[in-house]
Structures are given as structure tokens and as C-alpha cells.
Write a new protein. Sequence first.
Length: 215
Amino acid sequence: MSLAEGTPRAGRTRKRTRIQAANEVRILDAALEVFSTYGYRGATVDQIAERAGMTKPNLLYYFRRKPDIYLAVLNRTHEMWLQPLEQLDPDGEPAAEIAAYIDRKLEMSRDNPEASRLFAMEIIQGAPILGPILEGRLKRLVDEKAAVIAGWSAAGRIAPVDPYHLIFMVWATTQHYADFETQIRAVLGPTADRPAHFETAKTTLEQVFLKGVEG
């Protein structure tokens, strides 16, 4: 499936109204909920249309098939997922930049858990849809930011550390709070619903990561 197939039909035309743009967001928001709940195989276009509060024919004006909707949701999720890493500033103070990256990733887990879980499901299944994107845009961005971290290390601004594995560790720890939310709730109980829950997570992760990379 090509990336163009995941583009809303209205988005391929020159004239795209605000109503069309709003309806596309509405459909993708609904589809995210349905796909993250039932998976790709279990989800139906009828369920997505119902969740979006639209008729099926109206939805199909924007996306012709379920695979098109799924790809559009994954594309949007992937772009959102990359934003925190894109903001890592090579000219910034390393500890502050790494802390800010951790914070942004945790905020995504807190505010968009369904998106994180859907992305994780796609990866666990071998990335049948997102594979080319992961090997392209994702790899280029990770290579770029890994070079930044390696530069900090070479300059003695942080401890010697493999930049790729540092990034992988940030992914693993921050996304855990979305992808394994049920497990966290089983262990922490009502504490997981308290406002301080993510603040405690942020403080703990910052302490562990930043102590580990101190120059």
C-alpha cells in the first residue's frame, strides 16, 4: 500500500474546505479508537462511521476502504510520534534537551495512549504497513539525532553512551505508560489516576537517565 492511498480523497483535490478537513480529523479520531480497541482485523468501517457520528456513505467519500483509513491513522500517529525527537536541539544544553525529550514522550503516553498502543500493535506484527516509513523517515531522523548525542559525548558534555540505545531506552520507558497501562493500574491501583502519577514518573526517569549520562 502506498502512502498516497492513506491520503483522504478530499485531500488529493486542490479545493479542500474547512468542513472537509474537520471531517477527516473526526474520522481519524474515531478510527483510532476503533482500531486500538479491536485491532485492524476486528475493526469495521461501520464501527468507525458510527463512532464518528457519520453515515457509512459519507465516510467513504473521504476514505474508500478500511486499509486507507488504517494507513492514514498510522501516518498521523507516526508523525506525532516523531515530533518529540525532532525537537531535540543540537545547540541546546544536553541534560536539558534529554530531559525535555523524556517529558514530551511521557506527555504523549499520558495524552494519546490509544495512538501509542496502535503504533505498538503495528510494530509487534512486523510493521506490514509502516515498514517502508520506518526504514525511511524514522531511520533518517534517528540517525540525525543519534549523531547529535554522539557529538555531545565526544565533546565530553555527556558520558560515553551509545546514542541509539539511549533513544531506544527512552522509547521503552516512556511508552510503557501507555502500552502497558493496564499492568501499571493493576500494580498501582488508584494511585495511577492521581495527577502526581506522571509527575513522579517524569522525575524518576529524568533522575535515572541524567545521572547515567552525566559527563
